[in-house]
Design a protein around this ligand. Structure first.
Ligand code: ADP
Length: 566
């Protein structure tokens, strides 16, 4: 009897399992169904979605939260195109993902084959590396290459193309084992260059001699797990800090040196800013006046040399955030300095933050019904804080819902906030929730979403129920994108003027009923008491649930905080 043969699907599954993949996200179909089922049989957990877009968002958030490439599996042609949403989102956020797509038969390409597309060309703008296995024997090394490249240097997306004919080719078991071993031997991750010690000395000297120093950190520092080194730096020097939206929680928002509530002051007045794992892009006003002072000296810490070249800071430190901060801490230890609570800069920030917080608290304390954004957000904040540790992961999207949530919700632990991110991608919510519960199974996941953000992928509530994930989705339902019909009288004209406004959805939609259709728990709430009781029940049950919170359609602003861009 001859030796057992295995096909390309089995070999790809073996390679993924052997090279450490624990979880995959995707949608199966021709020609990759057996790749998924074989991977499962080899111990890889596969999360089957309804749409590749959501699965791709899940893979990208998984990459961020775990530091291992999120793996997205799609079918050919349209499946690959839907998956581009996740791949591009990963690239924009600098998160490691690999997208693996089946593709049409190589011999039939160009003749109108089933789901035919030049997928290598389609993924080009959205990937660091794209490879096609043109023969079954290339599969193991292609899998290894994309996995390694996704986490090398600046993390990002990589693509692997597996044509249908290659997936159906066969090799013997022993040849497969040999190919897997060879590919494993070749595995490598690019070395990150070690930062020069003269640059570290200069950075420390700049911080030490600054009158108004500031430490800014972002999701790159969170990805690098730099929280310990950051805490040491902040607490030994007494320098105030400002997290970006997803940097929130690396140090607790409640820390006495947190400058979040005095953001405009610290950005406008700091003279030296150490920016760690955060790009000086739109989220940080490009590091330019009028928001920043024109004389501010930036010290940028980033794993990407390209990023530093682009921003032209006063001083650039290329390297891993955690490692660079540890070296800075060692340098400071030899000649310590600390601003102290009575330093005028620290005192000014602390006073301004207290003033802003108490102004906000007055607004938050009001019990407004029908709900505005603040009343329910305060109730949610308090429920999350009361939940304790490990703190829930908060997933947030929407215009007003995300803006208000960012300033009201309090993050106390690293990597517990996921939002629309660098690209302002809406529709990420359900995918992120699924990824968060997979990446951190001990944590509750709480999504706080606008109804529009939720609607992009609302059907994935079935996925939550199917896998019984501990996710509570709170929908701020104001009946549309920005809520209500906000057209001015001159905009209401033409033959279709009686159609619903482009910004509006069916008012008071029963989103809670969606999850009930699949056996999950749904709640419709309109008062503080109803919301508190729904939160208390769902937080202790840790089962999939949707809380449909009816909001006044005219509360909040069009475009949220970014009105000047609409
Ligand atoms: P935020 O949205 O929080 O401002 P960005 O996504 O704009 O953050 O920036 C994150 C930056 O972190 C990117 O420029 C990326 O290259 C960088 N980065 C990623 N991983 C690391 C790491 N391990 N060490 C340092 N920087 C990193």
């Amino acid at each position: 009897m001859g030796e057992q043969l295995i096909d390309g699907n089995v070999l790809a599954a073996k390679a993924l399992a052997k090279f450490g993949v624990l979880h995959m996200f995707g949608v199966v179909g021709i020609p990759v169904t057996s790749l998924a089922t074989r991977a499962v049989s080899l111990g890889v957990r596969f999360f089957a979605f309804h749409n590749e877009q959501s699965a791709g968002y899940a893979a990208s958030a998984y990459g961020y939260l775990t530091g291992r490439p999120g793996v997205l599996l799609t079918v050919s042609g349209p499946g690959c195109v839907h998956g581009l949403a996740g791949l591009s989102n990963a690239m924009a956020n600098a998160w490691p993902v690999i997208m693996i797509s089946g593709s049409c038969d190589q011999k039939d390409f160009g003749r109108g084959d089933f789901q035919e597309l030049d997928q290598i060309e389609a993924v080009r703008p959205f990937s660091k590396l794209s490879v096609k296995a043109k023969d079954i024997r290339e599969i193991p090394s292609c899998v290894a290459q994309v996995l390694d490249r996704a986490i090398s240097g600046r993390p990002g997306g990589c693509y692997l193309d597996l044509p249908s004919d290659v997936l159906h080719q066969k090799v013997t078991e022993s040849e497969a084992e040999k190919l897997l071993l060879e590919a494993e031997k070749e595995r490598r991750r690019e070395e990150i260059p070690r930062v020069q010690s003269s640059k570290i000395e200069e950075a420390v000297s700049l911080l030490k001699h600054a009158e108004r120093p500031l430490i800014v950190f972002g999701k790159g520092a969170a990805y690098a797990r730099a929280e310990g080194a950051l805490r040491k730096l902040v607490e030994s020097t007494g320098i105030p800090f400002l997290p970006t939206p997803m940097g929130k929680g690396l140090l607790p928002d409640s820390h006495e040196l947190a400058a979040t509530a005095a953001r405009s002051l610290v950005i406008g007045k700091c003279d030296v800013a150490l920016v760690v794992g955060a790009r000086l892009n739109w989220l940080l006003h490009f590091g330019e006046p009028p928001k920043w002072s024109k004389d501010v000296k930036f010290i940028l810490v980033d794993v990407s040399e390209e990023e530093i070249e682009l921003r032209k800071p006063h001083l650039g430190l290329v390297g891993d955030a955690k490692e660079v901060l540890e070296i800075i801490n060692r340098e400071i230890k030899d000649d310590p300095f600390c601003l102290g609570k009575s330093h005028p800069w620290v005192e000014a920030i602390s006073n301004k933050a207290k003033e802003n917080v108490s102004k906000m608290e007055v607004q938050l304390a009001k019990e407004i019904v029908p709900f505005n954004f603040l009343t329910p957000m305060r109730i949610i904040r308090d429920a999350i804080l009361a939940y304790g540790s490990p703190a829930p992961i908060v997933v947030s999207e929407g215009a007003n819902t995300m803006d208000v949530g960012r300033s009201v919700l309090i993050q106390t632990e690293p990597r517990t906030r996921l939002d629309a991110g660098t690209w302002g991608t809406m529709g990420v919510g359900l995918g992120y929730c699924i990824a968060a519960s997979v990446a951190s199974p001990d944590r509750l996941v709480v999504a706080v979403e606008g109804d529009s953000g939720f609607g992009f992928s609302a059907i994935e509530v079935e996925t939550l129920v199917r896998y019984q994930l501990p996710v509570v989705v709170i929908v701020f339902n104001n009946g549309g994108v920005y809520g209500g019909d906000r057209r001015s009288p001159e905009e209401v004209d033409g033959p279709f003027k009686d159609d619903p406004a482009p910004t509006s959805f069916v008012p008071n939609a029963g989103y809670h009923a969606l999850i009930e259709a699949f056996g999950g728990k749904g709640y419709l709430v309109g008062t503080p008491q109803e919301l508190k009781s729904a939160l208390s029940e769902t937080f202790s049950a840790r089962k999939p649930a949707v809380i449909n919170v009816i909001i006044d359609p005219y509360a909040g602003a069009e475009s949220g905080r970014l009105q000047h861009k609409n």
